[in-house]
Design a protein around this ligand. Structure first.
Ligand SMILES: *Cc1c(COP(=O)(O)O)cnc(C)c1O
Length: 396
């Protein structure tokens, strides 16, 4: 049985009638830029995550860029961000002219090691961008404490974590800005590119709205330079259909993750990284020494939405061997991410000090492998994945 890493049709085609009717509604409205569909999605997402304002934008990348621009981040500034993340986080910092300063990762939750962030603060540091990687919140109390101490802005990159929670609070609603992506592989996946910025401060929200439309207010009067960062109403209307089902999608992902955890931890050589191993303190990894595969874990104070279910495969070459084995079994899997930001060619011109001390992240880049966890995955398919892992470990 083939098991894909993600199956967008399995989610979208059951909604075909409603999606088609929605398309027809937008088509007949003749309104293809901004307007009521965008405003409705903004209000619905803001309410869903628990923020006061939502600003629809063209992608999760533009969401980060607009947030940085609204906070006047630019040349001469440094911004702390994880080194183990998708490129957009660091790329946007760089595009403003600021210097991204790369922070090491926690080996248990994969998120930013805030103690390492603290070591990398300088008098030029203006902001910190925690990423809620794979659907689980970064350690926000520590981030907010560090930001308070050094007067830093906080932008939460919630591209993979819309609707996930930290101590009951929606990811993305804690810092100055939160950013989301509607890229089709994200938990709220659209039909092309899309994104959203959320915030609680009225004047920051207004600034982001103005920047989204070339910095103009009123139209054709530009006090500052913005861009075209708008979300299409067609995309917004279609996303509203899926937002109504989002709770079901999340529940299914959580059940799938729980099933994997139960089944996989029964295999010899597989362990769950105990929450006690974190967070963001110098992590003692010895009790994991014997493990060949380490399962992802969710801290008790977090609600994880499982954008990815990411294994750590230990031992030289073992991750790549498992990837090949799953490929032979026609099971989808992917390495998120094979190279950390401090290792990227485009950042080799950055000052050495912004790229040092990321040993944990480098190890993760060598060990991680994400396996299918999407909502429509069946138990039968999961059993195929578990069986293939057992075979690889020689314990089935
Ligand atoms: C996907 C993603 C982005 C970018 O979102 P796009 O909508 O693809 O531009 C940014 N940050 C993280 C962590 C992501 O996973």
């Amino acid at each position: 049985m083939k098991v894909p890493l993600l199956d967008v049709n399995a989610q979208n085609l059951p909604l075909e009638e409603e999606l088609t009717a929605t398309f027809t509604r937008v088509l007949r409205s003749g309104r293809f830029i901004m307007g009521p569909e965008v405003e409705a999605l903004e209000a619905e997402v803001a309410e869903f995550v628990g923020a006061r304002h939502g600003i629809g934008v063209a992608s999760g990348t533009d969401a980060i860029l607009v947030a940085l621009m609204a906070l006047d981040i630019g040349p001469g500034d440094e911004v702390l961000c994880p080194t183990f993340t998708f490129f957009a986080t660091a790329g946007c910092i760089s595009r403003t002219g600021a210097i991204p300063v790369f922070v090491d990762a926690c080996p248990v939750c994969f998120n930013m090691d805030v103690e390492d962030a603290a070591r990398k603060v300088t008098e030029r540091t203006k902001a910190i961008i925690p990423v809620h990687l794979f659907g689980q919140s970064a350690e926000m109390d520590a981030v907010i404490a560090l930001a308070g101490e050094h007067d830093l802005y906080v932008i939460e990159d919630g591209a993979q974590a819309i609707g996930s929670r930290y101590k009951g609070r929606g990811c993305g609603t804690i810092g100055e800005f939160g950013t989301y992506s509607f890229f089709p592989s994200k938990n709220l996946g659209g039909f092309g590119d899309g994104g959203m910025v959320v915030c609680n401060d009225e004047s920051l929200a207004e600034r982001a709205r103005i920047l989204r439309m070339h910095g103009s207010k009123p139209k054709y009067f530009h006090r500052e330079v913005g861009g075209n960062f708008r979300l299409d109403p067609l995309q917004a209307a279609l996303l509203r259909v899926k937002l109504r089902r989002y709770g079901d999608y999340t529940r299914a992902r959580q059940e799938n993750a729980a099933y994997y955890t139960r089944k996989l931890s029964a295999l010899e050589g597989v362990v769950t990284a105990a929450p006690a191993h974190c967070c963001c303190a110098s992590v003692q990894d010895e009790s994991l020494e014997e493990a060949r595969v380490v399962l992802p874990t969710c801290y008790e104070h977090n609600e994880h939405i499982w954008n990815q279910f990411t294994l750590r495969v230990r031992g030289e070459g073992q991750r790549d061997a498992l990837k090949r084995h799953l490929g032979d079994c026609e099971i989808g899997c992917e390495i998120y991410y094979p190279l950390t930001m401090d290792q990227q060619e485009c950042f080799t011109n950055l000052p050495e000090s912004s790229r040092t001390g990321n040993e944990v992240a480098h190890r993760l880049a060598d060990e991680v492998l994400s396996i299918p966890v999407y909502p429509e995955l069946t138990r039968e398919m999961q059993d195929v994945v578990v069986g293939a892992l057992g075979k690889f470990l020689g314990v089935d």
